[in-house]
Ligand binder design. Sequence first.
Ligand SMILES: C[S@@+](CC[C@H](N)C(=O)[O-])C[C@H]1O[C@@H](n2cnc3c(N)ncnc32)[C@H](O)[C@@H]1O
Length: 294
Amino acid sequence: MRERQGPASGLTEHELSEIRMLIEERTGICFDESRARFFSTRVHEHMQEKGHARGSELLRTIRKSNVEYEALLERLLTQETSFFRYPAVYEALEKRVLPELHVKKFWNAPRTLRIWSAGCATGEEPYSIAIAVADALMFADAWNIEILATEVGRQALKQAETAIYSGRGLTNLSEKQLAAHFTPANGGYQVRPRLRKMVRFAQMNLTQAVYMGRMDLIFCMNVLIYFTEERRRALVHRFYETLEPGGYLFLGHSESLAKIPVKFQAIVLSDCILYRKPTPGEVPKPELVAEGRA
Ligand SMILES: C[S@@+](CC[C@H](N)C(=O)[O-])C[C@H]1O[C@@H](n2cnc3c(N)ncnc32)[C@H](O)[C@@H]1O
C-alpha cells in the first residue's frame, strides 16, 4: 500500500511520525493533534532550507549528527516569553515569598538564595526574577543571589546572554524599572551588569537529570504544557527533590499539578497558585491545600 505523502515533499506520514517520536523521546516535547499542523509545516520548511528531498534523508541526518538534530529542534521550539509575563506571580514573589525567605535565611552564613528558571527561552523570565529580587528583597546586595537559567535551545541562550531586548516583550516593565535596571543599547535596552551578575545561563535538556544542588525557588513556566504526561510527572518529582524544604515551585497560568501525586502544598492566591514544599513535620495551614490540588 502506498503511504500518504506530506503536503509538499517526499515526506511520508510514517517519516513525520518517526521524527515526532524522536523529538518526544529526546526532549519530552509532545506534538499532539492540536500541534500536528505546526509540526508538519516546520519540518517541511526545514527540509526545504536544508535541501532534503526525502524524509528518509532528513531522518538519517538527524540520527547521525547532533548538530543537524539540534538545527531541526530549534525550529520546533515554542519560545514565546516576555518580562513579568504573569504580573500576579511576581507580585506573590515580591510580597509573600521573598519576605518569607528573608526571615528564614537572613542569619545564614553565607546568605545565599538559589533560584532555577527552567526553560528560560531568551532570558526575560530570569531577568524579571532578578529585578523582583533586586527591588523587593530587603538588603538584596547583602545576599549571594544565584539564578540558574537553563534552556534546551542554543539560539535562545545566545540572545539571553546579550541581555538586549526591544519591542513587545518589554511591555510589562514600568518606566521606573527600565530606568533602574536597563541602559539603552543597539536600539533596545540592555540589562545592567548588577542583574546580569545574578544570572547564569546553561544549556540543559530537562529530560536529562543533572545534579545542580538544592534550590530555594524553581520557576518552570509554560514548559510542562508541551510535555507528555509521563515526562511531566518525572520532572515535577525532580523539582520536588531539588527544592529546599519550604521552597516554592512556580508554574504558568494554564499549568497545574492535577493528577501528579506529589506532596506539594498548593497555596491559592487571588490570581495564581504557588506550590510549596513542606518542611518536615509541618502542620498544614488551612490555606495549604492537599496534594496535587489544581
Ligand atoms: C514557551 S517557552 C517559556 C519561557 C518562559 N519560561 C516563560 O514562561 O515565559 C518554553 C521554553 O521551554 C524550552 N524547552 C522545551 N523543552 C525543553 C527541554 N526538554 N529542556 C529544556 N528546555 C525546554 C523551550 O525551548 C522554550 O524556550
